[in-house]
Design a protein around this ligand. Structure first.
Ligand code: KG4
Ligand code: ZN
Length: 392
């Protein structure tokens, strides 16, 4: 089957076309088309993602992304056709909040024929709710005119599946041994999940305040780096490490010895704020501070994850989410687990699939395709900014 997937949960507008041959989890996938527009430039001056702007940008760029993804997949065929008055009305109704998008979409439908796509997968949460709604409404509009089924996807399940998707080797999901533990570290989430099987998640730990990526972004802002700060902090920290700079400051390891598997990063961020105060840091001081910060984060992440392994005795670690793009974090986990749990298999996403993308949404859509809504039922799909991966 060909899956058309849509991702608009945060600041990436992405559409992909993925073919799946076989049943989940044994299918072979092929990415036929993958279009992604990052809104980083739009949000950079605010130092973070601005929901109203994100929504507007998604509405503006979804159709160009759809067109590009279909063209890359060689599924875009011109065919002039008219929509019925009823169809036009339904589109305006579905896209009431984005009248500009309704008009552009009507033009799209009148220019191109229905592509050879079998299922629409769309992120319905978690994420920024106004941003999610743009993608969900768009999916409903496509389903309505093309008479297709829609599967709402949990963004975090997308991250999990991206981490076990072996793009380099065989385009299949890795054959992992369950139970597994998944550590998801992104801009909005930091959570530890116990997975007894595919699609089965139990949340065993989570952040009580800031997410890891959010802490990276806020610390970056404090030292004058643009959004998103994760990659920039990581780069500075790498320099600090390479030059073996002395510590800029002592930073705490929040909740390292708490009896549970929860995290907290706001205290760490505040400690950085105090250390920086109103000082104008030199480049070397920034490198040193970034290294101190990254070391503190990594120590908490690795040791807390290790505690989960001690508690649950599992064999597999799946690390995903935007922060897992960090090479340093990957090395640190590999090193720590090789020493303490040498029998554990660790999975990271292919670098291109670490941060938000639509391919991971197609994988999650395929995993859940049996639950897809028919075109009439699809109208009732809702975006849910707080959607939890364990359904609670
Ligand atoms: O998964 P993602 O793309 O979006 C969300 O679902 O939140 O994650 C984005 C987060 C941002 O906070 C960004 O700063 C962080 O991932 N990030 C990194 C790196 N690359 C992206 N953090 C640390 N090191 C990196 N190399
Ligand atoms: Zn994400």
């Amino acid at each position: 089957m060909n899956i058309l997937s849509i991702e608009t949960s945060c600041d990436e507008t992405a559409v992909s076309i993925v073919s799946a041959v076989g049943q989940f989890p044994d299918a072979t996938y092929e990415v036929l088309g993958d279009a992604l527009h990052s809104q980083i430039d739009v949000h950079a001056e605010y130092g973070g993602v601005f929901p109203a702007l994100a929504k507007r940008e998604h509405a503006r760029t979804l159709i160009p992304m759809l067109t590009k993804a279909l063209a890359d997949a060689e599924l875009l065929e011109e065919e002039v056709s008219e929509l019925t008055q009823k169809q036009v009305e339904v589109l305006h109704e579905l896209l009431l909040r984005d009248p500009g998008m309704a008009d552009a979409l009507i033009e799209f439908f009148q220019t191109y024929e229905k592509p050879e796509v079998d299922l629409i997968a769309v992120t319905s949460g978690p994420g920024l709710e106004p941003a999610l709604w743009v993608g969900v409404s768009f999916a409903k509009a496509l389903a309505e005119i093309w008479n297709m089924h829609v599967i709402p996807v949990n963004h975090m399940e997308g991250h999990v599946l991206a981490s076990v998707f072996d793009v380099e080797e065989d385009n299949k999901l890795a054959q992992i041994t369950f139970p597994a533990i998944s550590l998801l570290i992104s801009g909005g989430h930091t959570e530890l999940l116990l997975m007894k099987g595919w699609g089965q998640y139990e949340k065993i730990g989570q952040t009580r305040d800031d997410a890891v990526g959010e802490a990276f972004d806020k610390v970056a802002r404090m030292i004058g780096l643009p959004y998103p700060g994760g990659p920039a902090i990581s780069k500075l920290a790498g320099e600090g490490r390479r030059l073996n700079l002395p510590a800029f400051t002592e930073l705490p390891r929040p909740m390292l010895h708490s009896k549970d598997l929860d995290f907290s990063f706001s205290g760490l961020k505040t400690a950085v704020r105090y250390a920086v105060a109103d000082k104008e840091l030199s480049e070397v001081e920034k490198q040193s501070l970034a290294r101190d910060f990254e070391d503190a984060v990594v120590e908490v992440l690795t040791k807390k994850t290790a505690a989960a392994f001690e508690e649950f005795g599992t064999h597999t670690l799946i690390i995903g989410g935007g922060v897992s793009a960090s090479q340093f974090i990957r090395q640190a986990f590999n090193k720590y687990f090789l020493t303490h749990f040498p029998d554990i298999e660790i999975y990271f996403p292919n670098p291109g699939l670490s941060t938000d993308n639509a391919v991971m949404i197609a994988l999650a859509g395929h995993a859940r395709s049996a639950n897809a809504s028919n075109p009439a039922a699809a109208r009732f799909i809702k975006a849910d900014g707080n959607k939890s991966i364990d359904g609670k």
